[in-house]
Design a protein. Sequence first.
Length: 158
Amino acid sequence: MEHIEIERKFLVRDISYKETATSHIHMAQGYICRESGRTVRVRKAGDRGWITIKGPSADNGLSRFEWETEISGADAEELMKLCQAGIIEKIRHIVPHGNHIFEVDEFLGENLGLTVAEIELKNESEPFSRPEWLGEEVTGDRRYYNSMLAAAPFSTWK
């Protein structure tokens, strides 16, 4: 079974993505471990939860090992108590465009003002259509990793 995630990440220029979003949900996530090269994340969205383990990113930041399993929302709530300081809160918007789906995260709390779009690809060179609202690519910029935003929130950047 393949567990490699191939993903590109972009800043978002404006809120026009909301016009074509098909759904949105509030999420909270924390990190049991966020060491360099590996993270163990707990995420809760509605009454559902997930545990995700990620390995180190490739040098270009495009791909990395990812294993995820769904757990109950109640279990996620309990595991959040084990997380390191810095819980991430965001609203995730699902935005279809062309043959792909963008997940647009509108961050809340200490990361308010930051909106990031991610697209998962089948391979690193897969072409995709860029919507007008898609801004600068930040794939591989560690500051935009959620685990880093938990430790060094957007509001603390200079």
